[in-house]
Design a protein around this ligand. Structure first.
Ligand SMILES: [Cu+2]
Length: 562
């Protein structure tokens, strides 16, 4: 319908920046460290412009696909107190990689089914396959040991960027999150099928988006079983339900029913509201020469990250295995978890076929990654290869999506309250540490027409999110609820989104004092209509720290045209 949707480069209109930034003065602060510090370092809003392809004077405007080279794999960025093995590069290949080819269309379709509802036969099959994989020699690229290392290599910066040896490749917090993990699971599944001698073997998915699938599937929780991992949070064995906002402690007095409802609303927020456009779902562009972590897509931030954290063992320094990327692949539950993440990509596209489309940018499509296939051959896989699962010969069992109807309700009695507040101006960057910070953010355009909204999504950009990477961080972002965000909680419409990061230690080649830096985007078109705030010239944004200490570089409104 709109030609712009097929433009080769994301076009984002940067029409204006916030005009006034204020911090709410009346939050009862329990420490003097948080709030409105200004250390004078500038945020990265110009960097975001550069990443999105609009030339910025004095900055290299990067272009081209990201190419992975086996010879450019080296030490990864492991956190302190990491558990061995420390080297996660794949075994060398005596021959150059072959290019990916699609499986024969006559191959049986591999159906990926709900883990918690597998028949006893299929469950036994799956368990046996993982046991066979674990029994392979560690030097075999198809062994469980090497499969676990793949996640470590791509997700902990073991590969250097071709042409930019000072920079590593980190697929999280970028537009490669979905395709990289899809290729990873594609081969993981085919290797398991090969070991079983079953070409129709499908990798089950952990159906955490449906109430009956929210507990950890019981097959993983049986100590001594092949799917068990001792490095997990023992409090999160079934029947406890996944908490999609887990922040290091289990919510007291929350019934299973309430938890399920909160999770369904979280799914709506991240897969419907905040995933309105391709880059909002997939993540921000990432090209050779770019610093890592331009910005994660909605699903990656949560529930994906929270599922990792919720599974990890809090008694371990880095919440191994699942709670930190370098070791996540050592827990067999990573794969059904990511099978559901991958399924959500298909679900997202089907929810709105006009706007929920994949990037057409050749820099994305032609980027490539290396995997060993089920015959132990090294294969170069491009993002373009990973877009059509019917060509990849797998499919997902159809499951009712209860969360599509779980839009969070507006909290009554909050509107206009912010108008009566006395706000004290401060400058970004601000430090979030224990107390909430509110800022008034100007909206360049108000009450746009339906057509204008169909063309452009209004997006709140939380930019220059910085932290030292040595701790888990989380903060919540509320719209127009500066005083009573407690009342909104995690289930109200005023909660626009949550930022959460697992421990992210080490950025080789980058100046470590910069720590970890990224950004987050929250979609506003529908949200502001629901809050009856679409005609307002400003919104009040309240950032509430929940865990760790974070610097925020700035807030602004963008209009995303994709
Ligand atoms: Cu993951």
């Amino acid at each position: 319908m709109f030609e712009m949707a097929t433009s080769r480069r994301l076009l984002v209109l940067f029409t204006a920046f916030f005009v006034s930034v204020t911090v709410a003065a009346s939050f009862s602060a329990t420490d003097s460290d948080g709030g409105s510090s200004s250390d004078g370092s500038s945020s990265s809003s110009d960097g975001a412009i550069g990443r999105l392809g609009i030339p910025v004077p004095g900055r290299r405007n990067t272009t081209g696909p990201m190419i992975t080279d086996l010879n450019a794999c080296g030490p990864s960025d492991l956190p302190a107190h990491a558990l061995p093995p420390f080297d996660c590069c794949p075994p060398p290949s005596s021959v150059p990689p072959i290019n990916f080819t699609f499986p024969d269309p006559s191959e049986p379709l591999r159906v990926r089914r709900r883990m918690h509802a597998l028949s006893p036969e299929l469950l036994a099959n799956f368990t046996r396959a993982v046991a066979l994989m674990k029994a392979l020699n560690k030097s075999d690229p198809r062994s469980f040991y090497q499969q676990a290392n793949i996640h470590c290599a791509y997700c902990t910066g073991a590969y250097r960027q071709a042409g930019h040896p000072e920079l590593n490749i980190q697929v999280h917090n970028t537009w490669f999150f979905q395709p990289l993990h899809r290729a990873y699971l594609y081969y993981y599944e085919r290797i398991l099928g090969k070991l079983l001698g079953d070409p129709s073997f499908g990798l089950p998915f952990w159906n955490w988006d449906a109430p009956d699938g929210m507990p950890m599937p019981s097959a993983f929780a049986d100590p001594g079983a092949v799917l068990f991992d001792p490095l997990r949070n023992p409090a999160h064995a079934p029947p406890r339900l996944l908490d999609m906002h887990f922040a290091g402690a289990d919510a007291a007095n929350r019934s299973a029913r309430e938890q399920a409802e909160l999770n369904l609303r979280t799914m709506y927020r991240q897969l419907v509201t905040n995933a309105a456009r391709p880059s909002l779902f997939h993540g921000q562009p990432y090209r050779p020469g770019d610093k890592p972590n331009p910005g994660a897509g909605s699903l990656e931030i949560y529930p994906h990250n929270h599922v990792h954290y919720w599974c990890g063992d809090l008694r371990r320094k880095n919440f191994e295995d699942m709670g930190v990327y370098y070791s996540a692949g050592r827990d067999p539950i990573l794969y059904p978890h990511h099978s559901n993440v991958d399924r959500m990509w298909e679900v997202w596209r089907a929810l709105d076929p006009d706007r929920h489309v994949d990037f057409a940018d050749p820099d994305w499509l032609d980027s490539s990654f290396l995997f060993y296939d089920e015959e132990a051959r090294l294969v170069r896989v491009t993002v373009r290869d990973m877009l059509d699962i019917s060509k990849l010969r797998y499919a997902y069992e159809n499951v009712h999506l209860q969360w599509v109807n779980a839009k969070p309700p507006v909290t009554p009695g909050l509107r206009r309250q912010r108008r009566r507040r006395v706000l004290e101006a401060v400058r970004f960057p601000v430090t979030l540490n224990r107390r909430a910070v509110s800022a008034e953010v100007a909206r360049p355009r108000v009450a746009r027409s339906r057509l204008a909204k169909a063309v452009e999504e209004e997006v709140l950009v939380v930019d220059g999110i910085r932290f030292d990477g040595g701790e888990v961080v989380r903060f919540d972002v509320y719209i127009n609820a500066p005083d009573e965000y407690h009342r909104v909680g995690l289930g109200g419409r005023e909660l626009a989104g949550t930022y959460m990061s697992l421990k992210r230690v080490g950025h080789r080649g980058l100046n470590l004092k910069d720590g970890f830096e990224t950004s987050m985007r929250l979609a506003l078109n529908d949200l502001l209509e629901d809050l009856d705030a679409d005609a307002d010239e400003t919104i009040t944004v309240t950032m509430v720290p929940r865990q760790g200490k974070v610097h925020i570089g700035g807030l602004r409104i963008d209009y995303v045209l994709e």
